[in-house]
Design a protein. Structure first.
Length: 481
């Protein structure tokens, strides 16, 4: 028994280690240079040939195409739950610039081990093969050429390490800053010490021609990861003044927790850059951000047992405004190694691949293109039982709902035929997940008719849930008034 407990413990430990991110790469950002177009743009804007004050501060919506890269056999994907959190944080980080990032299209899953852990050449190939035009292409991989992330000026796309894209990370904000033309605050120091004339002075007197070219970002000589406040050797500029780099800027290399802003000039540059160079991103913006309620889980009921391992019907309430739902099921409270990890537009999913005898947790999050920030539902659990022939049985079972459209005053009839199991309960749920009919007869009839008074029945999708001696299944039906 002791041995068993120990091996169980070591299994759980190894799983929890697996689920944690490995220590991030020592190299923060692999972006060494910007594109010629970006450099020309910066030169113009910083020499004031382009007016840098924008009176129009309307929100600019930018579409992100997410590519999640796994190994050849499809393992190692960046988790969608992390993705949604990171996009949500990203929008807080860009909110002062009135730039809003939204998810466009389906997530693109790529199985390719040489992209999963890549050098710059394979990374470039990955982007050339998979970039979607008119979108900001972001690739989540295991190892982007030894960095936390980088922006490729040739491919105009961003690669991110999964381990640097967790809660509280600022790498994505930094790389997308490059995408929108921003250099490092320590620009010029990436390849070693620049000539004295090109070192930005502490007093800012050459701020337009040295460093990042912005005058509201202090001189910065630190081209490596540093913690704040800076406590290394004194940084002395060419005239002997001490440089105090600003750890709060996303475009510096300070630790993630030190960073919280883009400067006003950086914000203006990013907005101008979009307007002048990347108008192609501005087509078809999504509906603006809308708050979303939390979904309510409906079935299987919490702590249900003996759920057919090959087909557990997961059902939750419709959330007004939501266009999609993220459904995740896992054995672990961290939701590591998910068995179900899907985005669907329905409020119903027949999920399989569970192991008989094991208990799973599941939860659901409502989504829109512009809101990935809604909370997950409560976590419910169920235990999987033996798989059954539920699919065949479902094919035989038929359900007829009439009259449609529903007439005032007449009952709604739900007729179920060919039920090939002993029924323990029949339940009908409305679109909000409330039970509007419940019967626990122990019956062997293969045909049933349920008559419902219509006063309370609004138009919408309803669920019929039958629990019997061979398991539970769920059917949807629509009521149209
Ligand atoms: Zn960088």
């Amino acid at each position: 028994m002791k041995k068993f407990t120990f091996s169980l413990l070591s299994f759980l430990l190894s799983v929890s280690l697996l689920s944690q991110n490995i220590a991030p790469p020592s190299n923060y950002c692999g972006t060494i240079d910007l594109s010629p177009v970006q450099k020309a743009f910066l030169k113009q804007i910083q020499s004031k040939h382009i007016q840098t004050t924008i009176s129009d501060r309307a929100v600019i919506y930018l579409p992100i195409q997410v590519h999640i890269v796994g190994t050849d056999n499809g393992s190692g994907y960046y988790r969608m739950e992390d993705l949604f959190n990171v996009i949500c944080s990203l929008n807080e980080q860009y909110q002062p610039a009135n730039i809003y990032w939204y998810l466009k299209g389906d997530i693109d899953y790529i199985n390719n081990s040489s992209f999963y852990e890549h050098d710059f050449a394979s990374g470039s190939q990955m982007m050339a093969q998979n970039n979607v035009p008119g979108r900001v292409n972001v690739y989540f991989v295991s190892d982007p050429a030894g960095n936390c992330g980088y922006y490729s000026p040739n491919r105009d796309a961003v690669a991110m390490a999964k381990s640097c894209a967790g809660q509280g990370s600022t790498t994505l904000a930094h790389e997308l800053g490059h995408y929108l033309s921003l250099p490092h605050t320590f620009s010029g120091w990436e390849g070693g010490t620049p000539a004295p004339a090109n070192q930005e002075r502490a007093d800012g007197s050459n701020c337009q021609s040295a460093g990042d070219g912005f005058c509201d970002t202090r001189a910065d000589y630190l081209a490596y990861r540093w913690n704040c406040p800076y406590s290394g050797v004194a940084l002395i500029d060419p005239v002997g003044d001490t440089v105090h780099p600003d750890e709060t800027l996303y475009m510096s290399y300070s630790s993630d927790h030190c960073q919280n802003k883009f400067s006003a000039e950086q914000q203006t540059a990013m907005r101008q850059y979009i307007m002048l160079v990347h108008q192609d991103l501005l087509n078809n913006p999504p509906n603006s951000y809308q708050l979303l309620d939390t979904a309510r889980l409906i079935a299987p009921l919490n702590n249900a047992v003996n759920q057919p391992a090959n087909s557990v019907p997961l059902v939750w309430s419709k959330v007004p405004g939501a266009t999609n739902y993220h459904v995740i099921a896992s054995r672990f409270s961290t939701f590591a190694i998910p068995v179900v990890d899907k985005i669907i537009s329905d409020t119903f999913l027949l999920a399989g691949s569970f192991a008989p005898g094991l208990t799973y947790r599941w939860k659901v999050k409502p989504l829109t293109a512009s809101n990935t920030c809604a909370s997950y539902s409560e976590v419910w659990r169920f235990t999987a039982g033996q798989p059954n022939g539920i699919n065949q049985q479902e094919n035989q079972l038929s359900i007829r709902v009439y009259p449609i459209p529903l007439k005032n005053g007449s009952d709604l009839h739900v007729r179920i035929t060919n039920i090939n199991q002993i029924i323990m309960s029949i339940r009908i749920l409305n679109p909000a997940g409330q039970t509007i009919y419940y019967n626990t007869d122990n019956l062997t009839e293969s045909n049933r008719q349920i008559d419902l008074p219509t006063a309370q029945l609004a138009s919408g999708l309803y669920f019929l849930q039958i629990e019997g001696d061979q398991g539970m299944y769920i059917r949807k039906f629509a009521i149209i008034r």
